[in-house]
Design a protein around this ligand. Structure first.
Ligand SMILES: C[S@@+](CC[C@H](N)C(=O)[O-])C[C@H]1O[C@@H](n2cnc3c(N)ncnc32)[C@H](O)[C@@H]1O
Length: 215
């Protein structure tokens, strides 16, 4: 594998020296798009938030700032991402508001029904089996909880499709594919937005509040 391909492949699961270099760039490299994504979050006051596929942990930090009363649990299956995200949020970890754990979204070990909000920035491209992974997110959300996906690829842009060809296991999903997998996993109230001039997308979905049937 050439050096360029080895480097960009670190987006999937950062490891070793190249992974460290990739993580150093990720927090700043994704910030503009992530902030656009944040502007789509509903007006809520969550108590428990989780950022899945957290990478270097910048967005977990932003969630802590946006929701000053919330606890944030950041999850990533890369040991290096976990280390970087812990370093990035060390003060909030010390104060007890942030936890960073190593885990795979296809088999989440987080407590069932605990979270008001789950976010996934620039990561679902790598999730093995969208429907299964979204089912895991559904499981850990409270009834009424929200899930937001934010990607810089809408699944049709040439730049990302070029990466898809060289990064093993990467899939740039269209909004329709994401919506269908969310519906199959049980989500409703799906709202999709596309950036006006870039291929950036956000897909927001909800675990619908169960209503009691009166007999
Ligand atoms: C391109 S990085 C994005 C990181 C961060 N969310 C951001 O926006 O900067 C993708 C991250 O998702 C993580 N990831 C990919 N598949 C995962 C999985 N199945 N479970 C947990 N983390 C995963 C990778 O280890 C990597 O840190």
């Amino acid at each position: 594998m050439g050096l360029y391909r080895s480097f960009v492949s670190q987006t999937r699961k950062p490891e070793g020296t190249l992974g460290k270099m990739m993580l150093n760039g990720m927090n700043s490299g994704h910030a503009k798009m992530a902030d656009w994504g944040f502007s789509h979050l509903p007006d809520i006051a969550p108590a428990e938030v989780t950022d899945l596929g957290c990478g270097g942990g910048r967005n977990a930090g932003e969630l802590l700032r946006k929701y000053p009363k919330a606890n944030v649990t950041a999850v990533d299956y890369s040991a290096l991402s976990v280390e970087k995200a812990r370093d990035c949020n060390k003060n909030e970890i010390a104060s007890g508001r942030c936890t960073v754990i190593q885990g795979d979204v296809s088999d989440l070990k987080l407590p069932t029904g605990k979270y008001d909000l789950a976010t996934a920035f620039e990561t679902v491209y790598f999730w093995p089996g969208l429907e299964k992974c979204f089912g895991q997110v559904f499981k850990i959300l409270k009834p009424g909880g929200w899930f937001m996906i934010c990607n810089e690829s809408d699944g049709t842009d040439n730049v990302s499709l070029k990466y898809e060809k060289i990064i093993d296991g990467m899939k740039c999903h269209t909004t329709e594919e994401l919506e269908n997998a969310l519906i199959a996993a049980g989500f409703t109230d799906i709202r999709t937005d596309h950036h006006a001039s870039r291929p950036w997308i956000t897909v927001l979905a909800r675990k619908v509040q169960k209503t009691r049937t009166v007999r």
